[in-house]
Design a binder for this molecule. Sequence first.
Ligand code: 0L1
Ligand code: MG
Length: 262
Amino acid sequence: MTIDPKTIDSLAEYLESAELEAREVVKITDAHPQLTLDDGYAIQAAIRARKQARGHQVAGLKAGLTSRAKMKQMGVEVPVFGLLFDYMSIANGGEIRTGELIHPKVEAEIAFVLKAPLRGPGCHVGAVLAATDFVVPAVEIIDSRYENFRFDLVSVVADNTSSSRFVVGSVARGIEGMDLRTLGMVMEKNGEVVAMAAGAAVLGHPAEAIAQLANHLAARGEEIPAGSYIMSGGATEAIPVAAGDSIQVRFQDLGSVSMRFV
Ligand code: 0L1
Ligand code: MG
């Protein structure tokens, strides 16, 4: 850690206020170029503590920047991990108020729900599949608090990996007989196809993202608890949306997920 607890708290306040006030800010490494990835995760943990102190609960976990398309789009080489909170969950088919967001983008994801805890180190795709209760289709709405989505790895981790809203579809399926690598997703914006992908776009297999999350948490003495909802990361690049837009993502074998931006 290169910063003291007071600086961690003040950077958490800086980023969380930007989120809650839907206001973009300068990336934190401009003023603090010495920050490390561990510092970024410490700031993210301080944001979690601030939300929990106000009565919010963690509703899930996420891996981000897990596809080549996303890594290329954002100019990074490794995945990141973040938190989803209760107020971020929007019903399938529901409305998302853009006035509460800065510059939202959407991405199609496969989400996992676990029936057993997952603990690293050494967690792998096989262990994730054995611990999976079912998978559900999902769309994540990301909304970096940084100007023009311009950030580095440390800054985006501190900003809770741009978590903002998420929508979960209503078809849940056990993974028996499913090949998540070839599972297709087609995203339509206002009725036009804007992105498509297969599950393998996420680190070769979306379960790999969950394994990497378990290994990341293990290095911090934590595990993924049974019952957790975890988003494996956008298979497609992220698509910008604005008020008036409708998004529908059709998932092979998993139904569809839709929302309207108002
Ligand atoms: O879920 C994601 O892949 C987003 C991670 C953060 C990067 C971004 O805001 O695009
Ligand atoms: Mg995502």
